[in-house]
Design a binder for this molecule. Structure first.
Ligand code: TXA
Ligand code: MG
Length: 351
């Protein structure tokens, strides 16, 4: 299949372009589109055959459920039942925005969308192209991140093209996304709301609205040995082809250790890349140093992370050493993704 790539200006949406994309969704085809977090791969959420195409295009395991994207908070009632008052409070506080809620599903939502679960993931994205597409199609849109399964999530249309060209009907290219890591997922079906995936809506922000909130212990375990509740969190995601290790400790000691490891690798004939903050980037002796931005700009670090992991593949290095980015607000989300990319390989150094 030929994949059409169409540019669309999020500030001045072209109705004809949205109309074409919406018709494809309504006809059960796949369209990739920008959201504020990452690009999504959309299909009609309430049609099993349409949702099933997503798994085939991505090579995604069929037990890994999709997020249903809605354009009005009221649409929640079309897919969820027993909606607790906390859901309304969270929607008021954070929608449209990078928060996904897990709720009990209505029978109308097909197993293909929920991976056979009795619950459904729902979010209202904060992006004019995503909202226009949902409204115009008249559908609710199931959309995982628009990467091939196992690759870093796409933050630009070109990343979607790299992974899915020839497998989907259309890519709406609305430019680079703003946030760069996927939405926070909170499960509201248990006694205490539980964070299943950290994102830029932090635990503190949720606690302010909900009072009590817990984090799934399965995603916090440093070894990666836990059993996460969101099926997708158990897969080794975001993985670059080269071996990635995170070096953690006081800045000076990290620098010395990475330089030592880079020297060793070089003398063994291996190419090395280092992922570093602007503050330390110039002090590394490696073939390639990828600057992720200043430590004082954590939103920038989140926004560039996946692009940098993709660059590592293009550079054909065999070892990647990364600094740790445990920043104040977004650090939990950033390190969750980086640790997964590293397969939880962490080298700890002392000052
Ligand atoms: O920011 C985002 O959330 C992006 C954009 C496109 O909206 N989407 C996204 O989708 O990250 P995906 O499929 O890459 O990640 C969805 C995650 C998976 O880990 C999946 O297992 C989990 O949500 N999930 C979906 N439905 C669930 C459910 N009913 N219970 C528990 N986890 C669920
Ligand atoms: Mg994904």
């Amino acid at each position: 299949m030929e994949t059409k790539v169409i540019r669309i200006d999020p500030q001045r949406i072209d109705d004809n372009v949205i109309g074409d994309a919406a018709r494809l969704i309504a006809a059960g085809e796949l369209v990739a589109f920008p959201t504020e977090t990452v690009y999504g791969l959309g299909a009609d959420a309430l049609r099993a055959e349409a949702a099933a195409k997503i798994y085939a295009a991505k090579g995604r395991p069929s037990d890994n459920p999709l997020i249903v994207h809605i354009a009005e908070p009221e649409d929640l009632a079309r897919v969820a039942v027993d909606v607790p008052p906390q859901a309304k409070a969270l929607a008021d506080a954070f929608w449209p925005g990078p928060l996904t809620m897990i709720l009990n599903k209505k029978p109308e939502v097909p197993d293909a969308t929920t991976g056979g679960l009795d619950t459904v993931a729902v979010r209202m994205p904060d992006h004019p192209v995503a909202l226009a597409l949902i409204k115009k199609s008249g559908c609710l849109i199931a959309a995982p991140s628009a990467n091939a399964s196992g690759r870093p999530s796409p933050t630009e249309a070109a990343h979607v093209q790299q992974d899915l060209s020839g497998r989907i009907a259309m890519i709406l290219d609305g430019g680079a996304v703003g946030i760069g890591i996927e939405s926070t997922i909170v499960d509201l079906t248990g006694e205490v709301p539980m964070i299943l995936r950290p994102g830029c809506i932090t635990e503190d922000m949720l606690a302010e609205v909900l009072g009590a909130v817990a984090t799934d212990p399965g995603i916090l375990s440093d070894s990666g040995g836990g059993r996460p509740k969101a099926p997708g969190m158990k897969y080794r995601h975001y993985a670059p082809k080269a071996r990635l290790s995170i070096v953690e400790g006081p800045a000076g000691a990290v620098l010395a250790k990475i330089n030592e490891l880079a020297d060793e690798a070089r003398s063994a004939g291996r190419r090395v890349a280092v992922i570093a903050a602007d503050e330390t980037a110039e002090a590394y002796r490696a073939e390639v140093v990828l600057r992720i931005g200043s430590r004082s700009d954590e939103a920038g670090i989140a926004q560039r992370l996946y692009r940098i992991l993709r660059e590592c593949d293009e550079l054909q290095v065999s070892e990647i050493y990364s600094e740790s980015f445990q920043t104040p607000q977004l650090g939990t989300a950033i390190m969750n993704r980086l640790l997964k990319a590293a397969g939880h390989t962490v080298i700890r150094v002392k000052g």
